[in-house]
Design a protein around this ligand. Structure first.
Ligand SMILES: Nc1ncnc2c1ncn2[C@@H]1O[C@H](COP(=O)(O)OP(=O)(O)OP(=O)(O)O)[C@@H](O)[C@H]1O
Length: 246
């Protein structure tokens, strides 16, 4: 099966300028490959570097070392670690989605506009985009009273549901999910699960960080565990086996 994403020898360090230039290691020696249409579940102790890996792939963080090879429709095979900001923006707009509990939207843009704009990036017409955005917000049960409000004051669960609606409405090639069920009730978790499976069936590849292992097992094809600086592939759909991925 063709790989959509191959991460090799990824390392991210943060220099603490206010602390005598000391370096903090976010993640190091990370190797993983994601075949097209597959879902990798990522677990590990707090602070092990899970979010840092996703942020390096999305290029919120610029990797310190290593390669992040992505098979882009627009730009061909490209190393996201070294891509220009312009290339990253083009890829984020059309091909890679990112979901977390934290919202990163422009001030004074309503929830409905956030999702509509995301769909417009995929070059849908304005009328269709707005209708699709409403469908997604309704799907994730964001109360319609909030659709014309500014998301800054939303609760954690509301922000997460808006992020899910925004990222999933685009049906990206690659979706990065940082705790996509944190602070959601069981009914909302079920909606997230069904949408993940729907996107997976239509070809979206995903990497998701989970603390809820039961949920993860219902959606992930492979399970990687990050511990003491190494990433281990510990399970797949056809049975558990331990394998050091290096
Ligand atoms: N922007 C940053 N500046 C400095 N240090 C950072 C930054 N981002 C992450 N780190 C550090 O990198 C390490 C890995 O953090 P990361 O958030 O990736 O862990 P995690 O496995 O996702 O943890 P959790 O499960 O608690 O969310 C931590 O020691 C963290 O303090």
């Amino acid at each position: 099966m063709k790989n959509l994403l191959v991460v090799e020898a990824l390392r991210k360090t943060f220099t603490m300028h206010h602390f005598h230039g000391k370096d903090i290691v976010g993640c190091e020696d990370i190797h993983l490959s994601l075949p097209q249409g597959r879902f990798i579940g990522l677990t590990g102790e707090s602070g092990a570097g899970k979010s840092t890996i996703l942020k390096c792939i999305y290029r919120t963080y610029t990797p310190t070392e290593g390669t992040v090879l992505f098979d882009s429709d627009q730009l061909g095979p490209i190393d996201l670690a070294k891509a220009t900001d312009r290339e990253i923006l083009a890829i984020r707009k059309r091909e890679i989605g990112y979901v977390s509990q934290f919202l990163n939207v422009m001030p004074r843009v309503t929830a409905l506009e956030v999702v509509t704009d995301a769909i417009l990036d995929m070059e849908e017409g304005p009328g269709t985009a707005k209708e699709k955005a409403k469908e997604m917000l309704a799907y994730f049960k964001l109360p319609s009273l909030l659709w014309d409000s500014f998301p800054r004051t939303f609760s954690g669960g509301e922000k997460l549901r808006l992020n899910l609606a925004q990222a999933m409405a685009k049906r990206p090639k690659l979706l990065l999910l940082d705790e996509p069920t944190a602070s959601l009730d069981d009914a909302s978790k079920q909606l997230v699960k069904e949408m993940i499976l729907l996107l997976k069936n239509s070809g979206t590849s995903m990497i998701g960080i989970f603390h809820d292992l039961d949920f993860m097992e219902t959606v992930a094809d492979e399970h990687y565990h990050l511990s003491h600086g190494s990433l281990k592939k510990i399970a797949n759909r056809h049975g558990y086996k331990a394998e050091l991925v290096k």
